[in-house]
Design a protein around this ligand. Structure first.
Ligand SMILES: N[C@@H](CCC(=O)N[C@@H](CS)C(=O)NCC(=O)O)C(=O)O
Length: 210
């Protein structure tokens, strides 16, 4: 397996955490994602992932894009330790939390969004930062409520880390870097504290943007 990735990418971090939890390794192929000339925007990488996004996993069967699809693919092929809960309701909740983060929070934050806000709407760095803070604040508050209402264990769902935690962790780390005090979301703060003590999470957090 080969993983097209970038160290600062929160979506890539999800896949790296899943690989580490499963004890799997993938050759990493770095793709730059910042600036108008980033490799992610060039035809070469678009031929790998037409969306121009990392991560993308190259397998013997072809390329898989979208971190949730990649993590579930890894979980299907390598079931131990399982990343989804035992019940249908638990699995639905895990995917709801993962999508609340990937599709509703993170989707509004990547470099291409800031670039478009800048070029099409003349947004400066402060305006783009305020945009990001808005969606992170609103989105994480909703995720906190989703977790709080159904929580019955040490992690987001139950007593072992799974897909919900894999999506929560990089987003929470990035929220903290944006200046949010995680204590405003008590369940998230407690879960992230536990996840930070697990090497698969701690060693695969997204790197800070320089
Ligand atoms: N929904 C996608 C999101 C992927 C994504 O947005 N990746 C970002 C890095 S975290 C990226 O490649 N951005 C390139 C850009 O914004 O130009 C997933 O979960 O894989």
């Amino acid at each position: 397996m080969k993983l097209y990735q970038n160290e600062i990418s929160s979506a890539t971090s999800r896949v790296r955490i899943a690989l580490a939890l499963k004890g799997l390794t993938a050759e990493t192929l770095p793709v730059t994602i910042l600036g108008e000339e980033a490799e992610s925007r060039q035809a070469g990488y678009r031929s790998v992932n037409p969306q121009g996004l990392v991560p993308a996993l190259l397998t013997d069967g072809g390329v898989i894009t979208q971190s949730l699809a990649i993590v579930e693919y890894l979980d299907e092929l390598h079931p131990e330790p399982p990343l989804l809960p035992d019940t249908a309701e638990g699995r639905a909740l895990a995917r709801s939390i993962a999508l609340a983060i990937a599709a509703e929070i993170h989707a509004l934050l990547p470099p291409r969004i800031g670039l478009h806000l800048k070029t099409a709407f003349q947004a400066d760095a402060d305006a783009i930062a305020a945009w990001s803070r808005h969606w992170v604040g609103e989105g994480m508050a909703a995720v906190e409520t989703m977790i709080a209402g159904r929580r019955h264990g040490a992690f987001a769902i139950g007593d072992r880390p799974g897909i919900a935690d894999i999506f929560l962790f990089p987003q929470a780390i990035s929220a903290r870097r944006m200046g949010f005090d995680l204590a405003r979301w008590p369940n998230i703060a407690e879960i992230v504290g536990r996840l930070e003590a697990i090497p698969a999470f701690q060693e695969n957090a997204p790197a800070p943007r320089r």
